[in-house]
Design a protein around this ligand. Sequence first.
Ligand SMILES: *Cc1c(COP(=O)(O)O)cnc(C)c1O
Length: 346
Amino acid sequence: MAEVNIQSILRDNIRNLKPYSSARDEFQGEGVVLLDANESPFNHPLNRYPDPHQRALKSALSIPLGIPADSIFLGNGSDEAIDLLIRAFCEPSVNNIVSISPSYGMYEVCANINNVEFRKVLLNDDFSLNVNALLKATDANSRLIFLCSPNNPTANLLAAEEILYLVNAFKGLVIVDEAYIDFSGTPGLLSGITKHNNLVILRTFSKSRALAGIRLGMALANPEIISILDRIKYPYNLNQLSLNAAQDQLVQPDVHQDWIHTILKEREVLRSRLTSIPEVIKVFPSDANFLLVKVKNPLELYNYLKMNGVIVRDRSNSPLCGGCLRISVGSPEENLLLIRTIKSFK
Ligand SMILES: *Cc1c(COP(=O)(O)O)cnc(C)c1O
């Protein structure tokens, strides 16, 4: 069980912040005549500001997630949560962040925007965590460790026991980005947030829930951390249309499960077809909805696919990913077209 003094690692200005109080903070409930927010009386219901605390969606989410609503932060994509965690806990040019390489680029970009040092520790050759090197990279000024499991772009789950070892050993927050966890066949580390007050899980509606367009991400952690993020977010960070779209989807859990099933089936079809193509050197194991594929001529193949209207991601310049393209699992038709096009290469 990890117990970190959260207040002691918080930036002073954030600890002392008096948050903006919106009209909808000062009055909640069903007023008959709402004249407190300078809204328009026309164009119901979008004339009204959305609930700044997103109570309805959080309460709907708390059931499938199996955690209380006050352990849920909702953001404009996971990207908002990443940025707010850095702004809450990292004093620019004083504190630092430790993360893995290769991984999702937004952690480093957000650190750079906030002028916070970002230390990258290479994964092992098999893409597993180098726990000792990660701990060695931390010092008294380290506030956050960013991990990503399943990791983008390497597609593998990180070992839960190694992540929890870091959670127990590190005196700051360990943030585990589980954007792809629904494709992994494992529940992830969410249940650990009640035992470890320095563990933060990131989830998103952008991948298995097929709602990247609404920009909805989650940070899941103990209520003390969640209330800090809530204090510093834009008051109305989620718009009403996104909240509605998320609510609508939550009432169709079977559709969500069907989509995951289809993607997992297609992932295996894609893997076996790719493996039989001579241009392909290796398809790495995947716990996500994409495949990391090592090919003989990455740049030429990337450009050839692009010329033929099939866009994949060139990851050949990422550490440990020499020669690799990252390919999302699409619909059966899209995957077939991808395979046909790769087969016609050269
Ligand atoms: C796609 C992805 C996300 C999703 O970010 P959103 O801002 O929620 O769309 C988060 N983390 C990783 C590692 C991803 O690949």
